[in-house]
Design a protein around this ligand. Sequence first.
Ligand SMILES: [Zn+2]
Ligand SMILES: [Zn+2]
Length: 308
Amino acid sequence: MSHFLHASSWSKLWRYLYPHHQQCISCAHTIIGLSVYEGLCHACASRIPWIMKPQCRVCGRSIHCEDCQRQVMQHRGFLLNRSAVRYNTDIRSWLAAYKYRGNERYEAVFGQLMVEGYYRLQAELSTHFGCEWFPAWITSVPASTNRLQERGFDQAAQMARWLAADIKLPYLPLLERTRQTMKQSEQGRQERIRSMAGVFSYSTMAGSLVHDVLQRHHEPYGYRNRISSYIAAPAVPMQASSLQTNQSLRVSGQLEDERNANRVIPILLIDDIYTTGSTIHNCALALHELGAQCRVQFQVISLTCARS
Ligand SMILES: [Zn+2]
Ligand SMILES: [Zn+2]
């Protein structure tokens, strides 16, 4: 592999030699020289609204956040969210071109945003812990079948796969939707929160996917106590752990169950936008139910492309 150039390296070399072949996907200006972010000119790349220093440790918002002061957030299923960028007019129009108009060239742009967002999250948590933090695997918020049929692809899964390939971690599609929902962009805050309750569950294959990965990795992940001191830990994982007494849900043998029961597995959950947190919360609840079935405790940390 080492003596072959990766496909994206070839395309970068090609564009460097023949820059007139490349137009910026955002402003349509010609890209001069090598672009830092594949598909974007320097001017557009310099306007990416990165969230460098989150003001809210829970949801990763870049400005003062009152959402996470609400009582209901004490019972969230995820530990924290971080987003790569703010949801400004540029990001809104890029996401629309990608999601609704199917412009595939944006896949690389969003993939690169997720990779940078991940490294920022990892640096933040690693600094806090004093050791390298990384999740055991990556999963994503599943698109509804309606949306999948309309668009032909699941943008959160694409972002998650891109990130997983880049940082060389497994991507496990663990979740599915139990029913269709209205487009969230057409709903108010309270409606969103109500309409997302119970929308997600783990898929029929999820138990065996988790079981396979757990069999290959025996080292414990020991971040839970330290991460809980970083932010107020939500109460939900404890409720989920009480489900572990359900003997009929076991997927593995007795000895393995006992060993796994002490393991806390950090999972990175990917989505395109974080708005109220209700989608992430409900996905996290489904993941905790899966954890209970597999007799392990999951710690859900989410990374979304944008924070609205
Ligand atoms: Zn441009
Ligand atoms: Zn917040």
